[in-house]
Design a protein around this ligand. Structure first.
Ligand SMILES: Nc1ncnc2c1ncn2[C@@H]1O[C@H](COP(=O)(O)OP(=O)(O)OP(=O)(O)O)[C@@H](O)[C@H]1O
Ligand SMILES: [Mg+2]
Length: 606
């Protein structure tokens, strides 16, 4: 067994387009700091071109004071060289100071935008995307983009300008020698474009594999209890090693590609410089060229070595950044949620009167977007009406779609067809905020966050005061929090795993009831409680249910008895509605669900 999902197959991937087009999409994030970036880039260009004045100063020293044996002239030349060097270093330093801060902000802004988007994307998106893929986009990819903006983006420009200016100087010094030096340009351009293509593909693969690896690590850390409990650490280790081995191979291929490019980029100019040196020495020997010009020529050529050589690395990082940008926008481009979201003015349905109050599902169909084509819909035409103030229990075999149905009410998923009406208003016409105010939910798996116990409960109603907090804790029988080391200010561990299952469930219940919502949707909220606690919670819950309209998923007869009526969900439809006792005696499927195959006799617990 491995808990590993098929590597990243779930994350949809559009075709690749050119690196430049990808990178241009960063503009909205870079725009606020464009001034600083331009100033930074200009100071780097000036610094780099100042460096090119050094060979010309050398030429002046060799042909002037040195040839004329004038020591004071040499001193003057030396001083000029020193000033040029200091100015070059200073300007590079200034650039760093100007751009470092703003670029850190760009990274933070992009990360915040990604996080905000992840919070808004529908549940179906999160069902589809492995968490590690999202995690690696928010961390490594964005870091890469900051590095790109601070270094390669500027230096591709700086080096480009430096190389052009350098070439002009070279050709001007001695155009024949200049042409010899420029000979490798054509093969190098061809090489770089071939390299770009291949490197981009490999880089994308590596980044996706990092995402897969992150998913495995994340799942195995969260699932450590299961893995240990089943003695699966070896299998998990093997799965991890296989993935990291694949990543290693991809990284090695990347390094290999880069190494080859690097070697060629270094060797070709080196050969050209050698050839120019030989030719130049011959020309000086023949008296056709001054020694100073040859010195200037060669030192310019040497000064251009770094700008040329670094282009390989810069292109590599640029490529990876283009991929990182694609990966970032794959998430950002996903449509947020279906239409109707922004409609804040809820149209009251024609004929909506008091009799329409309560919760109604009308012909609701639902199938999961990523379900296989031939799978039947989970819900096929659910009609259900919960009267105002009523508590309706929802009963059905496991896998019959109860959780799915409850998720439709707070719009975690959208019905494929049909509609859901709260107090006469279609929920698609309500703003998200309004809907969240109206409806509170407690899920099957009580999820807690690494915050204090009180903060976890207050998520249900951030403005609720002390009094309501205590009342909610009392209703949910969650008073155990007062006995925690720092009372209700005690921080719960990650996912609340420091609490027992029943304790987590009670906190989640407190979170649902603290907002005193009009509609309460509870998905089997008492499943993990012992009989004793369950009876206590039920007694308290009865009071809350008396004042709200509630839909409560129930597996056990004791929970069903909290409700006024019961609805039986079977084969995607509501098969029967009635009181517990009515259904026990009239509906065979219900009786068997409540009591097991033995028959209706054992069904009633009291
Ligand atoms: N995210 C999902 N994507 C695709 N199919 C899903 C998804 N979640 C649930 N299903 C499928 O939908 C069906 C109904 O699941 P649901 O969780 O609603 O059942 P349930 O009635 O709550 O079961 P239980 O009593 O065990 O909690 C199941 O067949 C399940 O396989
Ligand atoms: Mg369920």
């Amino acid at each position: 067994m491995t808990v590993t999902r098929e590597p990243s197959s779930a994350a949809p991937r559009p075709g690749r387009h050119s690196a430049v087009r990808s990178l241009l999409r960063l503009w909205p994030y870079v725009r606020p700091v464009r001034g600083r970036l331009v100033v930074g880039a200009l100071s780097a260009v000036v610094a780099s071109c100042l460096g090119l004045l050094i060979p010309l100063t050398l030429k002046w020293i060799v042909d002037g004071p040195v040839a004329g044996r004038d020591p004071s002239g040499v001193w003057l030349g030396g001083l000029a060289l020193l000033v040029l060097g200091v100015a070059e270093a200073g300007l590079f330093g200034v650039r760093r100071m100007i751009v470092a801060g703003p670029l850190a902000r760009v990274e933070a802004d992009m990360r915040a935008a990604l996080y905000a988007r992840l919070q808004r994307l529908p549940v179906s998106f999160h069902d589809r995307w492995p968490s590690g893929q999202l995690l690696s986009r928010a961390t490594t990819d964005l870091m890469l983009l900051r590095i790109f903006l601070s270094f390669p983006l500027t230096f591709l420009l700086v080096n480009g300008v430096t190389i052009v200016v350098g070439c002009v100087i070279l050709l001007q010094q001695r155009w024949t020698l200049g042409l010899v030096l420029l000979a490798p340009v054509v093969p190098m351009v061809v090489l770089c474009s071939v390299f770009e293509e291949r490197y981009a593909r490999t880089a994308r693969k590596a980044q996706d594999q990092i995402g897969d690896l992150t998913t495995v690590v994340e799942e195995s850390v969260l699932g450590i209890r299961v893995i240990k409990g089943f003695g699966r650490h070896r299998g998990q280790e093997r799965a991890f090693r296989a993935l990291s081995w694949r990543l290693r191979e991809t990284e090695l291929r990347k390094a290999g590609l880069l190494g080859t490019l690097w070697a060629l980029i270094v060797i070709l100019p080196e050969l050209a410089i050698g050839a120019a040196l030989v030719l130049g020495v011959v020309e000086v020997g023949d008296g056709e060229l001054s020694a100073g010009t040859l010195v200037a020529f060669l030192s310019t050529a040497l000064a251009l070595r770094w700008p040329v050589e670094s282009i390989g690395f810069l292109l590599a990082i640029t490529n990876e950044s283009a991929t990182a940008t694609d990966r970032f926008f794959e998430v950002m481009d996903t449509a947020e949620a279906s239409a109707g979201d922004a409609v804040a003015t809820a149209p009251v349905l024609a004929g909506a009167r008091v009799k329409d109050a309560g919760l109604r599902l009308e012909g609701v169909w639902f199938r999961y977007p990523d379900a296989p084509e031939d799978a039947p819909p989970v819900l096929c035409g659910v009609d259900l009406s919960v009267r105002p103030g009523e508590t309706m229990a929802l009963v059905g075999a496991t896998g019959s779609g109860k959780t799915t149905l409850t998720a439709l009410v707070p719009r975690l998923h959208e019905p494929t067809a049909g509609r859901i009406v709260l107090d006469g208003r279609d929920i698609t016409g309500l703003s998200r905020e309004r809907l969240r105010e109206l409806v509170a939910v407690a899920f099957e798996e009580p999820t807690l966050f690494s915050a204090s116990a009180a903060e976890n409960v207050l998520m249900g109603a951030p403005d609720a005061g002390e009094e309501r907090l205590l009342a909610a804790l009392a209703v949910a029988q969650a008073e155990f929090v007062h006995e925690l080391p720092q009372g209700r200010r005690t921080r719960l561990g990650e996912q609340g795993l420091s609490l027992s299952g029943g304790q987590r469930q009670r906190l989640a219940l407190a979170r649902a009831v603290i907002g005193e919502p009009r509609f309460l949707v509870l998905d089997d909220p008492l499943s993990a409680l012992d009989v004793h606690t369950e009876a206590l919670v039920e007694a308290a819950l009865r009071e809350v249910l008396a004042t709200t309209t509630a839909l409560v998923v129930a597996h056990r007869p004791s929970t069903v008895l909290l409700a006024d009526r019961v609805a039986l969900l079977s084969r995607g439809r509501i098969a029967a509605v009635g009181t517990h006792h009515e259904l026990l005696h009239t509906h065979e499927e219900y009786a068997s669900l409540m009591s097991g195959p033995a028959g209706p006799e054992g069904g009633d617990p009291r």
